[in-house]
Design a protein. Structure first.
Length: 392
């Protein structure tokens, strides 16, 4: 709705206000007349009309519409059949314009395109909610002031925006895959939204290997969704999951996309991560996973994306190839990186390695550190259970 309305309004604040007014209108109209056959189309059409009404009242519709408005988008009447999905890529690429700082691009897209709350975005960026709200407001104003076009970029413009667009979709999926806070491990609505956006980007750029790689990564990771928690919502480790319940169609599609991305000879970070996820998905048992190949893929990933989080994830595979002693030394070295301060997976991984080495007193302390840092209830309960097993 917001994406479709923004194309007419040419102003994000007006578009958001019009969408809110459309919901208010629905409360009255639907209670009186019943819910329409296509409620989404009704809401979108109402929001767009309300935006146009505001612009007409200002009596300067054509003079004041910024360049966010496309030349052919000035129709006064909007049919019920609104092609809402077609507008979302425009909104993604508008928010990911290089005139905005990278953090602003990601935050604005998460808020406007993905519907993530300002508070949750602030949590991801480790800032206060008022600070994040101010950043989002500044970004919206900059788009209007700079007259950034509301459209899909030309081919020559895509490279400078594509990376940010893919990063947003990946972050949205990650936020849904393991919720930063709350009682549920997974936010299915965010996961599904990320998959939808990834498919739309893939349909726009079917020959772009990194788009294929991202869609593959999401499909292969999400194939395990049904087995990541038990019937009581408790987290289940990868090695304990029922692999017969994994989504084989998603795995097969993800695998095809990975192979296609690698055939180009230029796999990027998403394709490499997807290849790692593919090896996990194809292994008949946890112990049968091709750990040496996973380590090699992590090495290639670190060359392209030298992230401390990637290096930390690599230590899990290293522990399966070279043993927990070698992996623990790498984890302890990574602990000196300030970017991992407060990252609860570091002490959690360290605790597991210490336990495997029989150093349970140290492992228990590491679990306590991880518990103090985690905000998701399902993860906290899992860590508390592991701690309890050590201290019985």
């Amino acid at each position: 709705m917001l994406a479709a309305t923004a194309r007419v309004a040419g102003d994000f604040d007006l578009a958001e206000e019009s969408v809110q007014e459309a919901y208010l209108a629905a409360l009255g109209a639907w209670a009186r007349d019943g819910v329409p056959d296509r409620p989404g189309a009704w809401l979108t059409a109402t929001a767009r009309r309300k935006a146009l009404d505001v612009l007409r009242r200002r009596q300067v519709l054509r003079a004041k519409l910024p360049l966010l408005l496309e030349p052919d988008a000035t129709e006064p009447d909007v049919p019920d059949e609104i092609a809402v999905p077609d507008d979302r890529p425009r909104l993604v690429f508008t928010c990911c314009h290089p005139a905005l700082a990278r953090e602003a691009q990601v935050a604005l897209t998460l808020r406007l395109v993905c519907g993530v709350s300002t508070g949750d975005i602030a949590h991801v960026f480790l800032v206060s909610e008022p600070t994040m709200a101010a950043r989002i407001t500044r970004a919206k104003k900059k788009i209007t002031a700079a007259r950034i076009p509301y459209r899909i970029p030309e081919a020559a413009e895509l490279p400078e925006r594509l990376d940010s667009a893919l990063a947003v979709v990946h972050l949205l999926y990650t936020t849904g895959h393991t919720a930063p806070a709350g009682g549920d491990l997974v936010h299915a609505d965010l996961v599904d939204r990320a998959l939808h956006l990834a498919r739309m980007l893939a349909s726009l750029m079917p020959d772009e290997p990194e788009v294929r790689g991202l869609l593959a990564l999401l499909l292969l990771t999400d194939a395990r969704r049904a087995t990541r928690t038990d019937t009581d919502g408790r987290l289940v480790r990868l090695e304990d999951q029922d692999r017969s319940r994994w989504d084989r169609d998603a795995i097969a599609e993800g695998r095809r996309l990975v192979l296609g991305a690698f055939r180009t000879g230029r796999p990027g970070r998403y394709a490499l991560q997807a290849a790692i996820a593919s090896l996990h998905a194809l292994a008949p048992r946890y112990e049968a996973t091709d750990w040496p190949q996973i380590v090699r893929l992590y090495d290639a990933l670190l060359d392209r994306w030298p992230s401390p989080v990637v290096a930390l994830n690599r230590t899990v595979a290293v522990s399966m190839v070279d043993g927990p002693t070698v992996a623990l030394a790498e984890v302890d070295a990574l602990a000196q990186d300030p970017r991992l301060a407060g990252y609860h997976y570091l002490p959690a991984i360290r605790a597991d390695l210490l336990h495997r080495l029989g150093r349970d007193t140290e492992a228990a302390q590491a679990y306590r550190t991880a518990i103090d840092l985690v905000d998701n209830d399902a993860e906290r309960d899992f860590l508390a259970t592991r701690l309890g097993e050590l201290t019985r």
